[in-house]
Every structure is written in structure tokens, then in C-alpha cells.
Write a protein that binds this ligand. Structure first.
Ligand SMILES: *Cc1c(COP(=O)(O)O)cnc(C)c1O
Length: 357
């Protein structure tokens, strides 16, 4: 089916129907046809974000979405609470600091999730926001964003969530869980080509945007919202038309399967993969209470083993997996199972793994 299976935490396998959209003629972005496509995309994004809020689309990697969320929402010197929990949690903190935010960190040891109590103990009146990675892709740990969101309800703080490797694979209810800014990207569970970031933004967050003093031009949320809300929705500048057409098709596939069936498929495949990996005598890196349904991290004590498996998987079995990040480079493999993934692909990956350990 695929020449090379992408069992990585992004980019992921792309269904043929989605790839085909990339070869269609380009719609001009100031035509009715484009507005129709863009409104379809916007409605479908609301469905996967489970929100009535505006979801903006920018041509960028997920990291661009994280950066845009910081520069639109805050002013220099604003105090926020963030969670250092792995490579991506730390990236979010780095971005906030580069723009002059005053970041208090909760440090969580790798492989674990933050708890609501730890948030309660660290949160202060002058924190303008809590920023958090939902699914920490470098460790395979999932944070309890529902509990945290419900706790933050009616507090004058924003709840900002990086869901780049979970949205569309693990349940997230933006509105019910009181998330003010929810960020994802096209190339992970949304099974689309890399290049787009999607950002859901609450009315409360837009109020913060109006007061923000950090300079921005291209990534301006307010400007993007204004053009999106025209009777014929548009973008302020030339959009990535082909990527939008492709993602629109991918979201249509998710709608056809049904969001809850998609979650259940991810859960079933993650459980199967983990059970079999444990049966092989391998060590799941992540704490049992924080396991992710989109990525599995397996750590190795034997030097060189992780790198050997990763390389052989690709050369001999045509399966691309990821290695470890940070201090786990060369000591971990990470298998992505998000988006366009089925039981056959999991079985193929397990077969290869069994042959290489
Ligand atoms: C992949 C990922 C990112 C960064 O996405 P890019 O598109 O590579 O910039 C950010 N956060 C998380 C949790 C991710 O998994």
C-alpha cells in the first residue's frame, strides 16, 4: 500500500484520496470556489477540535503555531506557568522566553505526566496563562488536560494547549474542557502533508490578543479572524491552497469514520502494540498512568541497540520509526501510531521489531 510505512510521530502515512488532492488545479484564493473550500475546511476543523470557536489556518509547522500563539496573546513581561516535561514542553517555554515572557516552570521528570495538584500548588494570581503540551511526543506521556481545564474554568487565565501530536487521535473537547488556545499541525494525527498549523482560539483569548504588545504582522490572529469571518471566507495573504484542499479531504475521511471511532481505533492499536512489545520483553519508557494512544516510547539499556533497530527497520523492512530526543538520543525508539494507521501496519511493525531485538 505504502512504499515506506511512516510509523513516526509525524509526518505520517497519507491516504491516497488526500494525496490525489495535491495534483488538482490550483484554485485562485480570491474566487468563490476557494471560499467554498476554505469554509468546508473551517467547519471540519471545528468538528475535530470539538469547538464553536474560530480555528485559524496558517502555512507553518506546528512550531510556528506555538510561536504565533505566544506573540498574539501576550505582552513582554507577562507571567505564565508552563510545564517542562520533555523536548516539546521545553520548546514552548523557550519560545515564550525569547519573546520576553516571565515563565515559571513546573519540572516533571521525563516519562511522567503533570498532576492537577502540582498545577494547583504552583499557580499564582498573577499568572496570565497555563501553557501545556497535551501529548509529550518525546516521552509518550499524556497530560490530564480535561481536569486542568475544568479547574481553570472561571479563573482569569488562559489555558493554552499544544496538541500537535494528539488532536484527531486522542479525545480533546476544546469547549467543554475550557481550552482557550488549541494548537495542532497537518502532518500528525490529521494524516495530511506537512505545512499547515491549525489554531483554535476562544473569545476570551481574542480579548487577550487585543491587548498584546508583541510585534507581529503575518501571523496576526485578529487579521486572520476578520478575513475568515467574511461572508465569503478568505485569508489575509496567499494561502497554501493545495495543502488546504488535501487537509479538507483528510478531515472528510475522519468525519466519515466518525471522530469517536477514530479515537477507539487509536486506543485499540496502541493497546495491541504495547501488549506485544511487553510480551517481547521490551521496556515501555512511559509511566503506566500516562500512556499515549498515538505514540509508544521504548527505551533500551544496551548501547547502540535503539539506533540499530531504527536503521534496520528502515533498510530491511521499509518502516520508518523515530529515535529518542534530548538525552535519549540513541537509547530509545518511538513508534508513532497516529492518523492513517491500521492493524496490518501495527502487525508489520511488530513483526519487524521481533526480528531485530
Ligand atoms: C511535532 C510536534 C511539535 C512540532 O511540530 P513541527 O510541525 O515539527 O514544528 C510540537 N509539539 C508536539 C507535541 C509535537 O509532537
Amino acid at each position: 500500500m505504502f512504499e515506506k510505512l511512516l510509523m513516526t510521530p509525524g509526518p505520517t502515512n497519507i491516504p491516497k484520496r488526500v494525496l490525489d488532492k495535491l495534483s488538482e488545479n490550483i484554485l485562485h484564493h480570491r474566487t468563490e470556489e476557494y471560499s467554498f473550500l476554505f469554509s468546508e475546511l473551517n467547519e471540519r476543523l471545528k468538528y475535530v477540535f470539538q469547538t464553536k470557536n474560530t480555528v485559524l489556518t496558517f502555512p507553518a509547522a506546528g512550531t510556528g503555531g506555538l510561536e504565533a500563539s505566544i506573540i498574539n496573546t501576550f505582552s513582554t513581561g507577562d507571567k505564565i506557568l508552563a510545564i517542562s516535561i520533555g523536548d516539546f514542553g521545553d520548546r514552548f517555554i523557550k519560545i515564550a522566553r525569547i519573546y520576553g515572557l516571565d515563565v515559571d516552570e513546573i519540572k516533571i521528570s521525563w516519562g511522567n505526566a503533570v498532576t492537577l495538584d502540582e498545577i494547583k500548588n504552583s499557580i499564582k494570581d498573577d499568572h496570565k496563562a497555563v501553557i501545556l503540551t497535551h501529548n509529550e511526543t518525546s516521552t509518550g506521556a499524556v497530560n490530564p488536560i480535561k481536569e486542568i481545564g475544568l479547574y481553570l474554568k472561571n479563573k482569569n487565565k488562559l489555558f493554552i494547549v499544544d496538541a500537535v501530536s494528539s488532536l484527531g487521535g486522542i479525545e480533546i473537547k476544546m469547549d467543554d474542557w475550557n481550552i482557550d488556545i488549541l494548537i495542532t499541525a497537518s502532518q500528525k494525527a490529521l494524516m495530511s502533508p506537512p505545512g499547515l498549523t491549525f489554531i483554535g482560539i476562544s473569545d476570551k483569548a481574542f480579548e487577550f490578543c487585543k491587548k498584546s504588545n508583541i510585534p507581529k504582522f503575518y501571523f496576526d490572529f485578529i487579521k486572520a479572524k476578520e478575513t475568515l469571518e467574511k461572508e465569503k471566507p478568505q485569508n489575509p495573504y496567499t494561502p497554501a491552497v493545495s495543502l488546504i484542499a488535501a487537509t479538507n479531504e483528510a478531515l472528510k475521511i475522519i468525519q466519515e469514520e466518525g471522530l469517536y471511532n477514530v479515537y477507539k481505533r487509536h486506543e485499540f492499536l496502541a493497546n495491541k502494540l504495547r501488549d506485544e512489545v511487553i510480551k517481547m520483553g521490551l521496556k515501555i519508557y512511559t509511566n503506566k498512568n500516562a500512556l499515549s494512544n498515538t505514540i509508544t516510547a521504548i527505551s533500551f539499556d544496551e548501547p547502540g541497540k535503539a539506533t540499530y533497530i531504527k536503521n534496520k527497520m528502515e533498510k530491511e523492512f521499509n518502516i520508518v520509526i523515530a529515535g529518542g530526543q534530548g538525552s535519549y538520543k540513541g537509547k530509545m525508539i518511538r513508534i508513532g501510531h497516529m492518523g492513517c494507521v491500521n492493524e496490518k501496519m501495527i502487525d508489520k511493525t511488530l513483526f519487524a521489531l521481533k526480528n531485530l531485538i
